[in-house]
Design a binder for this molecule. Sequence first.
Ligand SMILES: C[S@@+](CC[C@H](N)C(=O)[O-])C[C@H]1O[C@@H](n2cnc3c(N)ncnc32)[C@H](O)[C@@H]1O
Length: 211
Amino acid sequence: MEFLPEKLEAYVEAHTRDEGQVLKDLDRETYQKVLSPRMLSGHVQGQVLRMLSIMIKPETILEIGTFTGYSAICLAEGLNENGALHTIDINKELQNMTSYYFEKSGLSEKIKYHIGNALEIIPTMDLFFDLVFIDADKENYSNYFDLVINKVRTGGYIIADNVLWSGKVVEANPDEETRSIMAFNDKVQADSRVENVLLPVRDGLMVMRKL
Ligand SMILES: C[S@@+](CC[C@H](N)C(=O)[O-])C[C@H]1O[C@@H](n2cnc3c(N)ncnc32)[C@H](O)[C@@H]1O
């Protein structure tokens, strides 16, 4: 699904900060070589994530779902001088390409790349996060929320991607993935530990602030 009409999308792109050559190369190589390249956040959403990260000034970020590293690089650009971004992905086949781009970005010292199942890795992390970005398997969004909520500092943020799921959240007969996203959105909306806004950016970003 196209998220905006083509002309409007081009206008938005043309009036958004340039992503820089490293992210352009990463985007191109992902589309050339990797299955399901549309999973990558891309120019505009990447710059939204970067801007939010700069506004939050996080010391510690957790990203669930690295893929080829596009959003990790964008988020890491907002880290404090001594900050760190932990990013987890279960797919070890992307490790070489992703690590190469972390090096190219100049942020590799701040990026801690974990390969494995986020459901198993997160409980072992003895850390508090100022910002968590949830962008892995949709069936586990509610589980990821439960795993991280007590590891987010008061006043910290959780952002979840794809919460509009190409518009399927408002269609009849939702499939399993759509039902998981809908359950996650309802759970967040009802949870008094967070306040939230669903930003209709690209495929939908649920932005939550821990109270
Ligand atoms: C939508 S992509 C992430 C895109 C990336 N955040 C970006 O914007 O460029 C989702 C990723 O989640 C990973 N993933 C799926 N299930 C996972 C799990 N249980 N633990 C860790 N990673 C998982 C997949 O391998 C995939 O690379």
